[in-house]
Design a protein around this ligand. Structure first.
Ligand SMILES: [Fe+2]
Length: 156
């Protein structure tokens, strides 16, 4: 496959490895959000159920953008759940009842993970002069920080 940018191979490898790790994390978090969307119960069910749907819809777009960024750099995105589970440090969530408070705390925990992972991506992209990926990361970071503010305002 052709490298579709003027970046050195080492730079492409470092950045796309980081992007593939992010892709793995996002898939696990996508599963978490569904576990919570479906299983949350309590007086604030309607709010939490609906708001979590908004997050996973946005994350589905980010998953596509991350994969297409990898392809733009001339590498292929990882596509199997088996590999995602091997690559991520995140654990899957069981299908059980979650209170709205518990769900909000788990959403915040994942947002913290996303923010830290994206910061790591921006750092590696910066070290390799890949401004395109750094800028892409900054855009995701801003979005996650805003979502984090919403959910921290919701939590006690
Ligand atoms: Fe739904």
């Amino acid at each position: 496959m052709m490298t579709q940018s003027d970046l050195e191979k080492a730079a492409v490898d470092a950045v796309t490895d980081k992007l593939n790790n992010l892709l793995a994390d996002y898939h696990i978090i996508y599963g978490h959000l569904h576990a919570l969307h479906w299983n949350v119960e309590g007086k604030l069910f309607f709010t939490v159920h609906r708001e979590i749907e908004g997050i996973y819809e946005g994350l589905a777009e980010d998953i596509d953008d991350v994969a297409e960024r990898i392809l733009s750099l001339g590498r292929r995105p990882v596509t199997t759940l088996k590999e995602y589970l091997e690559m991520t440090s995140l654990e899957e969530l069981a299908s059980r009842k979650y209170t709205t408070d518990e769900a909000a705390k788990l959403v915040l925990k994942d947002l913290d993970h996303q923010i830290s992972a994206v910061r790591g991506l921006i750092e590696v992209a910066g070290e390799h002069n890949d401004e395109g990926t750094a800028d892409f990361g900054v855009e995701m970071l801003r979005k996650y920080e805003k979502t984090r503010w919403f959910w921290s305002a919701f939590s006690d």
